[in-house]
Write a protein that binds this ligand. Structure first.
Ligand code: GLU
Length: 290
């Protein structure tokens, strides 16, 4: 097997200490396997994309010693690939248009909550739009035992999610006409022949959906490793929304040593970027194999 890994930042702002942890973990896993590491700019959500952020992220990664082994992939240029996957699912009868507004879905979830029922999309439009205009397009998830998706995460251990009761039919095309993250990420990983996904544990909850979508499209399921996310002092995931500071470019080694420490690796003796990557890669390989 030829290892192919990736780091897939959304260009909504500069890299911060939290996203550095995900970048570093994916990079170390690729190096520990002697594999390739590819950066993908996840700018499918155009309204959230910040001008200049992608270039800033790529420059920061390079400054920190992480270079994509292939030209970075930009989701904004992959519309045809998403449309083709969408058409394939449509031809197989797996997707349907949904006329529910956000408000209607929120209300039905509140009712479900009051009844202590599940918080999954209730499948209102499964059997037709009832004269309403189409908004989003959803993937039909199976019922019964087939809805349970199980996988073993290399960091978090055995995982399972019942798509029918915990998620419900999920959107692949949004009401605003944009491709949903779930579709884009699965199509991109498959087209890039990604074998190993290493990313933040905030995406653990999306993984069952992605595995199910891979099965619907007939593409391989990569192996998964979700690293713990870095929290701020208030216990919130470090992100642009919670006010994470951009990485300081003038002290890459310090930031990398900190990120490695969060991953359980001691590289504090390193005095150069090369020494840091050698130590951290060896530590990662001891822990996660090659
Ligand atoms: N673009 C996503 C993020 O920045 C990551 C997606 C992924 O790694 O699958 O949170």
């Amino acid at each position: 097997m030829t290892y192919r890994g990736r780091f897939a930042p959304s260009p909504t702002g500069p890299l911060h200490a939290g996203s550095l942890v995900s970048a570093l973990a994916s990079y170390l896993d690729a190096r520990a396997h002697g594999g390739r590491w590819i950066v993908r700019i996840e700018d499918v959500d155009a309204p959230r994309t910040v001008a200049g952020a992608a270039d800033d992220i790529l420059a920061t990664l390079a400054h920190f010693g992480m270079h994509s082994d292939e030209p970075p992939v930009w989701q904004s240029q992959r519309d045809d690939a998403y449309a083709q996957a969408f058409a394939q699912l449509q031809a197989a009868g797996l997707i349907y248009p949904c006329g529910c507004t956000r408000r209607e879905i929120a209300d039905s979830l509140v009712h479900a909550h009051a009844r202590h029922a599940t918080l999954a999309y209730p499948g209102t439009c499964r059997n037709g739009l009832n004269g309403r205009p189409a908004r989003a397009w959803r993937l039909r998830v199976p019922d019964g035992d087939a809805a349970c998706i199980a996988f073993v995460d290399r960091w978090q251990g055995p995982q399972s999610q019942d798509l029918a009761t915990e998620v419900g039919d999920f959107a692949l095309k949004r009401a605003d006409g944009l491709w949903a993250y779930q579709l884009a990420v699965v199509v991109d990983d498959a087209d890039a022949r990604i074998t190993h996904i290493v990313r933040g544990a905030d995406l653990l909850d999306s993984t069952a959906r992605q595995i199910y979508l891979q099965r619907c499209l007939g593409v391989p399921t990569p192996s998964y490793l979700h690293v713990p996310v870095l929290n701020n002092e208030a216990g919130e995931k470090l992100s642009k929304q919670t006010g994470a500071a951009p990485l300081e470019r003038n002290s890459p080694l310090d930031a990398l040593v900190q990120a490695a420490r969060h991953l359980g690796l001691d590289a504090s003796s390193a005095r150069t970027l090369d020494a840091f990557y050698a130590t951290a890669t060896a530590g990662w390989a001891r822990r996660f194999g090659r």
